[in-house]
Design a protein around this ligand. Structure first.
Ligand code: PLP
Length: 287
């Protein structure tokens, strides 16, 4: 069986899944998205992603396309039809289809909804985590509402392409004060010289990572200390460890920043342990 996508109320073969040319997501980036990691065909951190979805939609005055219960059913059915056990579930909601005009359509139109599923090779992901990844830094050049998970990702696309060209996996945006804000698709962390965890607070202009929030619970249960304070690339290089979090990367050790090693230049014990603990919790609580 091939891949299946959900498009505005219908399940269609992935290769035939299309949206209208006047979808406002396509023309204005007037859309938001969410991504769930899938473990054993179940949605990880479901509640956190639903809460952020509702918040993103609310900030843009787009209606929830259906109730949370109905959305959960459709998301799970999309996963089931794709027969994916480990992977990623993508949901995008745009303001809808309307004749091109910048202000909101009046009267309002129905939000447009698409869902896709991608399989992940968990063995390859674990091998990558065991080796660790590199990041590069790049000047922060995004708008002032990075807390809304919109599809306006061109700065992230360019930053991540810069990373790829340098043989790295992620790009860390650095603000005008010299602090790392977050990665192109992840939140950034270090374990400082005293063994204390540090990650930027979410009052800053960053996405409130759901994996970040779940990991904070894991960390507190584990008795580790966290300082929600930003760090500079120089502090990352002087740190014992660094890592990134996100639905795509889970908890992924960072071994180099801009080509220079972090700590020993190998995945550290804290990040390695937190990856294991996070995955255990995510699996146990997946729905
Ligand atoms: N920051 C950005 C810019 C992202 O795009 C993402 C995820 O895609 C994250 C952080 C991590 O968020 P989450 O843990 O909810 O996946």
């Amino acid at each position: 069986m091939g891949r299946v996508a959900y498009v505005n109320g219908r399940f269609v073969p992935h290769g035939e899944a299309v949206v209208h040319i006047e979808d406002r997501g396509y023309q204005f980036g007037d859309a938001i998205y969410e991504v769930w990691a899938l473990f054993d065909g179940k949605l990880a951190d479901a509640e956190g992603h639903f809460a952020r979805l509702e918040r993103s939609l609310g900030e843009l005055s787009i209606d929830m396309p259906m109730s949370r219960a109905a959305l959960t059913l459709v998301l799970k059915e999309t996963v089931r039809r794709n027969r994916v056990r480990d992977g990623m579930l993508y949901l995008q909601v745009s303001r809808g289809v309307a004749r091109r005009d910048h202000p909101f359509p009046n009267p309002p139109v129905r939000p447009a909804v698409i869902m896709t599923v991608n399989a992940t090779n968990r063995a390859a992901a674990e091998a990558r985590a065991a080796k660790g990844v590199s990041v590069v830094t790049t000047p922060e050049n995004r708008w002032g509402r990075c807390d809304i998970k919109t599809v306006n990702l061109i700065p992230n696309v360019l930053a991540k392409q810069k990373a790829r060209a340098a043989g790295a996996v992620e790009a860390w945006f650095v603000d005008e004060l010299g602090f790392v804000t977050e990665g192109g698709s992840s939140n950034a962390w270090i374990v400082d010289g005293d063994g204390r965890l540090r990650t930027r607070d979410t009052n800053a202009n960053i996405l409130r990572g759901v994996t970040r929030s779940s990991l904070l619970e894991v960390i507190r249960r584990d008795g580790l200390e966290v300082d929600e304070r930003p760090f500079t690339p120089a502090e990352a290089l002087a740190a014992r460890e660094a890592f990134i979090t996100g639905a795509g990367t889970l908890v992924l050790p960072v071994i180099a920043v801009d080509g220079k090693p972090v700590g020993e230049g190998t995945p550290g014990p804290v990040a390695t342990r937190l990856r294991r603990l996070y995955i255990e919790q995510a699996k146990a609580s997946a729905i």
